[in-house]
Ligand binder design. Structure first.
Ligand code: NAD
Length: 276
C-alpha cells in the first residue's frame, strides 16, 4: 500500500485499536504522522512502531474534548510539519445503558467525546487542510450511525450526529470547490479494546457484554479496517462500510426502512440479553 508519500496525517485516539492501525498503515504508505491519545502508554507503543518503520512521527497527549488544547495542538502540528493534509477523527468511547436508567451526565460524556471530539478536530484543522491544496477529513462514525439498537441511545445519537455533520461538510467542500475530500466511516464489529474500555449504566453486565462482543460480534481486525479506510480515502469515497457485517446490515436497513427496529430489537435481546 502506498499513495500517501509527502502527506501529513493527524490521527486521534491513536493509542489503541483502529487509530493505532491507521497511524501505522499511514506511516507504511509514506505519510508523516501526528498521533495523539489520552492513553499515553498506548500512544508510546504506536510511536515506537512508526519509528521502526522509519516514518516521521509526532506524538502528543490530547483529549479531544478540550477545544482550546486542540486549537493549540493544530498550530503545533502545522509548525512541526509545515502543513497538514489529513485528519482522522477516530477517538471514541462506548457506553451501554437504556435511556430510562442512563444519567444525563453519561449521555453528555458520550456526546462530548464521540461527537464534539469530531467537530473540534474537523474545525481546528479545516483551514490547514484547505491551505494544503490536497486535504481530507475522515470522521469515524459507526454502523450504529446507520441504525439504532436498544441500550445504545447515547452512542447512537453521537454516531448519527457525526454522520450528519460529515455528510453536510462534504457537500460544502464540493460546493465551495475546496480541495478537501470528506469521508464518513461506518465500522461494523472490529476486534479492539472498545468494549473492554467502555462504561455502562448501573445494573448492566459489562463483563458478559464484553465477552459477547469479543467472541460473537467482531470479525474484522483493526489492520484490515485501516486498509479499507485508507483505500476509501484514496478513492475519496463519501461513505465507507467496514466489514461484511456492516455491508449486510446496511442493506437490511435500507430494504426494511423503519421496519428494522422490530427485527433488530428481537435479535439484540437474544444475542445480548444482559445489555439493557
Ligand atoms: N471496535 C468497533 O467495533 C467499532 C465499531 C464502530 C465504530 N468504532 C469507532 O472506532 C473508533 C475507534 O475505536 P476502537 O474500536 O479502536 O476503540 P479503542 O478503545 O481500541 O480505541 C479508542 C482510543 O480512543 C482513545 N480515547 C478515548 N477517549 C478519548 C479522548 N477524550 N481524547 C482522546 N482520545 C480518547 C482511547 O484512549 C483509545 O486509545 C471509535 O470512534 C469507535 O466509536 C469502533
Amino acid at each position: 500500500m502506498d499513495g500517501f508519500a509527502g502527506k501529513v496525517a493527524v490521527v486521534t485516539g491513536a493509542g489503541s485499536g483502529i487509530g493505532q492501525a491507521l497511524a501505522i498503515e499511514l506511516a507504511r504508505s509514506g505519510a508523516s504522522v501526528a498521533i495523539s491519545d489520552v492513553d499515553t502508554e498506548g500512544l508510546a507503543v504506536t510511536e515506537e512502531r512508526i519509528k521502526a518503520i522509519g516514518a516521521p512521527v509526532k506524538a502528543d497527549r490530547l483529549d479531544v474534548t478540550e477545544r482550546e488544547a486542540f486549537e493549540l495542538y493544530a498550530d503545533a502540528v502545522v509548525e512541526h510539519f509545515g502543513k497538514v493534509n489529513q485528519i482522522y477523527n477516530n477517538a471514541g468511547i462506548a457506553y451501554v445503558g437504556d435511556v430510562e436508567v442512563t444519567p444525563f451526565k453519561d449521555i453528555e460524556r458520550v456526546m462530548d467525546v464521540d461527537y464534539w471530539g469530531v467537530v473540534n478536530g474537523t474545525k481546528v484543522f479545516l483551514p490547514h487542510l484547505i491551505a494544503s491544496g490536497d486535504g481530507h477529513v475522515v470522521n469515524v462514525s459507526s454502523l450504529f450511525g446507520i441504525f439504532s439498537v436498544p441500550g445504545q441511545a447515547a452512542y447512537n445519537s453521537a454516531k448519527f450526529a457525526v454522520r450528519g455533520f460529515t455528510e453536510a461538510l462534504r457537500q460544502e467542500m464540493q460546493a465551495k470547490r475546496h480541495p478537501v475530500g470528506v469521508t464518513t466511516v461506518h465500522p461494523g464489529g472490529i476486534k479492539t479494546a472498545i468494549m473492554r474500555n467502555s462504561t455502562a449504566a448501573e445494573g448492566v453486565d459489562r463483563e458478559g457484554l464484553t465477552n459477547t462482543f469479543d467472541k460473537k460480534l467482531t470479525r474484522t481486525t483493526p489492520e484490515k479496517a485501516a486498509q479499507i479506510i485508507l483505500d476509501a480515502v484514496r478513492k475519496d469515497k463519501a461513505r465507507v462500510l467496514v466489514g461484511a457485517d456492516a455491508k449486510l446490515l446496511d442493506v437490511i436497513v435500507r430494504i426494511t426502512g423503519s421496519g428494522y427496529q422490530r427485527l433488530f430489537s428481537t435479535v439484540v435481546a437474544r444475542l445480548v440479553p444482559n445489555a439493557h
